[in-house]
Design a protein around this ligand. Structure first.
Ligand SMILES: [Zn+2]
Ligand SMILES: [Zn+2]
Length: 446
């Protein structure tokens, strides 16, 4: 109890920007929250297994959206469907106070499940690209949705303890990086109450089940897909002097690109330039007239992102000039329309939430973790209005026995998107639901 009292006082001191009038009350209800979550778990696990068995790919989450919209309606939310495609917005107005947005993503991946679970997915469908594919919740967005329902249930049944507005959204197409963009473009902040706070979590395949990981500041990276079209002058492999070889030029570009991060950026400023694909040529003795390089480019700040894009363009063109190509044959750099902006956790708000989670779950279950270079389109909700205090956190899903044996043997664990990723869903859902519930009860304390 001593620890809790200490954390409570720290929270009150640290929260000048928030009105935590009932922080003490929130902390005192920690064990009550645990009880409420535990009571909801059997029903939530049934929902989880159902969602797990019926995954849908990005932008076609029709049944998932319909099912959960119905659930939210039954809990008393005002529900709007088909926002930005299959998106769902569930609003619960409960008197004066700030607005809190909670987001869960709905889409699954074209992966053939190999977890061996009794309720493993057997779904096969056709992808956007027209390919037949098995479908699996390999990023475990099914745990996000189940916890979303758990949070909606707990808060709707406890309206006397909070005052304000809840905007709970189910987002399509996170895996394609476009769901948040589409919901915002469809008037998320205009047709519905605009949030003062935004929260989400992602299950983690590198944290022990039930452990929360948080990162103040940048937590996910800017992700750009860049194409470099390298042109040349084709000809016979035995007469290279009569050609301009795009493979040699492409190789020079790949080499020179390695200096962008290592020589041009501040070593304290993380970034990635990866050439993921290099395609050219058809036969041993033909010098091709074209090569295509496909890059993934990652950074945190807008400035670094621009520096990398400018650098890639300069290097590609510069190497073309060095090879003696005429102006019209110089390499062409294009940015694919698949940009995912970096996700930024408001540092003060994130630290406050971390302290609250610590009071709820204990200090061995809440840890600060480094940012990652992966992408998450949750960052768009903050970027659309930077006055919003936003935070996304990790909830560990690695089952304790697997964690233990990995520590002992050094064996690798399946990552997110792996056909073998089977989180300890019960722990992920219970932990996330308790954290979200306590966050809202604190932010919207009467
Ligand atoms: Zn994913
Ligand atoms: Zn995901």
């Amino acid at each position: 109890m001593k620890t809790i009292a200490f954390i409570t006082s720290v929270l009150c001191l640290a929260s000048s920007s928030l009105s935590y009038a009932a922080t003490n009350a929130a902390v005192n209800t920690s064990s009550n929250n645990t009880k409420l979550v535990n009571a909801a778990m059997p029903e939530l696990m049934t929902l989880y297994k159902d969602l797990h068995q019926s995954p849908e790919l990005s932008s076609v989450e029709f049944n998932t959206a319909k099912k959960l919209a119905k659930t939210a309606r039954a809990l008393g939310f005002e529900v709007t469907e088909k926002v930005g495609g299959t998106g769902v917005v569930a609003v619960l107005k409960n008197g004066k106070g700030p607005t809190v947005l909670i987001r869960a993503d709905m889409d699954a991946l074209p992966v053939k499940e190999q977890t061996g679970l009794a309720f493993a997915s057997k779904v096969i469908t056709t992808t956007e690209e027209g390919l037949q594919a098995h479908v699996m919740h390999a990023c475990a967005h099914d745990t996000h949705m189940t916890s979303w329902v758990g949070t909606a249930k707990l808060l709707s049944e406890n309206k006397k303890s909070w005052s304000g507005t809840l905007v709970m959204i189910l987002q399509p197409a996170e895996e394609r990086g476009r769901g948040a963009k589409d919901m915002l473009a469809d008037g998320l902040y205009k047709r519905f109450p605009k949030p003062d706070y935004a929260l989400a979590f992602h299950n983690s395949a590198s944290l022990k089940a039930g452990v929360i990981g948080y990162t103040p500041g940048f937590t996910f990276a800017n992700v750009d897909s860049v194409n470099i079209l390298v042109k040349g002058i084709g000809g016979h492999g035995a007469y290279p002097h009569a050609t301009k070889d795009p493979i040699v030029l492409g190789a020079r570009i790949v080499g020179a690109l390695q200096t962008l991060v290592s020589r041009e950026l501040d070593p304290q400023d993380p970034a990635v330039v990866t050439v993921g694909s290099f395609q050219s040529g058809t036969k041993h003795n033909i010098i091709s007239d074209q090569a295509l390089l496909l890059l993934t480019v990652r950074s945190y700040s807008d400035e670094t992102r621009q520096k990398l894009i400018d650098g890639i363009t300069r290097i590609a063109k510069g190497e073309g000039i060095a090879m003696g190509l005429p102006e019209k044959l110089l390499p062409v750099v294009t940015l694919k329309d698949e940009y995912t902006p970096a996700t930024y956790n408001a540092p003060e708000f994130t630290n406050e939430m971390a302290q609250l989670f610590t009071a709820e779950l204990g200090k061995d279950r809440v840890i600060e973790v480094p940012a990652v270079m992966a992408g998450e389109d949750f960052g768009r909700y903050y970027r659309a209005d930077t006055s919003i205090k936003s935070m996304i956190f990790w909830v560990g899903g690695v089952p304790h026995d697997k964690w233990q044996s990995a520590q002992e043997t050094g064996a690798g664990l399946p990552s997110l998107h792996s056909p073998f990723w089977a989180p300890d869903a019960r722990k992920v859902i219970a932990t996330a639901t308790q954290a979200m519930n306590s966050a809202v009860l604190t932010i919207l304390a009467k």
